[in-house]
Design a protein around this ligand. Structure first.
Ligand SMILES: Nc1ncnc2c1ncn2[C@@H]1O[C@H](COP(=O)(O)OP(=O)(O)OP(=O)(O)O)[C@@H](O)[C@H]1O
Ligand SMILES: [Mg+2]
Length: 280
């Protein structure tokens, strides 16, 4: 069904994200270049690749926080800085002090205030409307039961849901999440991934999630962006995570092993490729 949606949009509509021959440099060093890819509205896409390859850099470029060195990048047909109000963002790595007394639902509410990634709301919602919207997103992420507790007391998985609710409260059309599965147990990784899939399907939100291990999310994903060797490719997991594609991307011999239960392991000569399967 999603593949059909992909083809239909590809033929006519505006892409959620479109990069053409895009390149980014940081500190005078090229991070990636020659990146051409298109993500359709409502797709759930994972960004994979070894540490330091430029996954967070891609998210920052989409947010309009980093200029391109070459090529183009459009978000819903606009330059990134004009699309900021359409984006929800969950940054990589955050932890709350266990003494933080702020209630979870108040943290979600803070997502409605103007911030770096969003323009001020075009209307000033009344307190009742705000409370209704906060309740709605807490329901969507399944966090209603603990929304009244202090954030610092919640478990990592519970905090993650609250942060997703905060990123969703302004009804973004695209949700960017940088390693939201980090430090969660396998059950919670799968739960957050199926939540991401549901947000795509029921709210029509495009989800772009940086992940370290594809296996817990493989069943939910539409496509993956695989970054390596200073560039990136996009496709369905079975098209991209192959020995042939990854060997070309890394410019080295890479083996992709598939276990009998369908899990994928990437094994290669480069240390960063080997570290990629360090999950087990
Ligand atoms: N502010 C910065 N100034 C200069 N270089 C930077 C800056 N931030 C990141 N880099 C460099 O850019 C490269 C890509 O970093 P990035 O954070 O995008 O990697 P990543 O793929 O997200 O890695 P990880 O899996 O460790 O999160 C790295 O070599 C990093 O050192
Ligand atoms: Mg990163």
């Amino acid at each position: 069904m999603q593949a059909e949606a992909h083809e239909r949009h590809a033929a006519v509509g505006t892409a959620a994200l479109e990069l053409e021959d895009a390149a980014v440099s940081r500190g005078g060093r090229s991070i990636w270049k020659g990146v051409t890819l298109r993500v359709e509205p409502g797709e759930y896409v994972a960004v994979l690749g070894p540490n330091g390859v430029g996954k967070s850099t891609l998210i920052q470029a989409i947010l309009g926080l980093l200029p391109l060195a070459a090529g183009s990048l459009e978000v819903f047909g606009r330059p990134p800085h004009e699309a900021a109000s359409l984006l929800g963002y969950l940054p990589q790595r955050h932890s709350f002090d266990s003494s933080l007394r702020l209630r979870a639902r108040d943290l979600v509410r803070l997502g409605l205030d103007g911030n770096r990634w969003g323009l001020p709301l075009p209307f000033a919602p009344g307190n009742r409307e705000i409370a209704r919207r906060v309740d709605e997103v807490l329901e969507v992420v399944g966090a209603a039961a603990y929304a009244g507790r202090p954030v610092g007391e919640l478990s990592g998985g519970e905090q993650q849901r609250i942060l997703i609710a905060r990123a969703l409260v302004r009804s973004p059309r695209m949700l960017l999440m940088d390693e939201p599965l980090e430090s969660l147990d396998l059950g919670n990784q799968q739960a957050i991934s199926s939540l991401a899939r549901d947000i795509c399907r029921t709210e029509g939100v495009t989800v772009i999630m940086v992940a370290h291990d594809v296996n817990p999310i493989l069943g939910d994903l539409d496509r993956v962006i695989y970054m390596a060797g200073g560039s990136a490719v996009i496709g369905r997991p079975e098209e991209v995570i192959t020995s042939e594609k990854l060997s070309a991307l890394y410019n080295a011999h890479i083996e992709v092993l598939r276990t009998s239960d369908g899990r994928l392991f990437v094994v290669g000569q480069q240390p960063e490729a080997i570290s990629y399967h360090a999950h087990d």
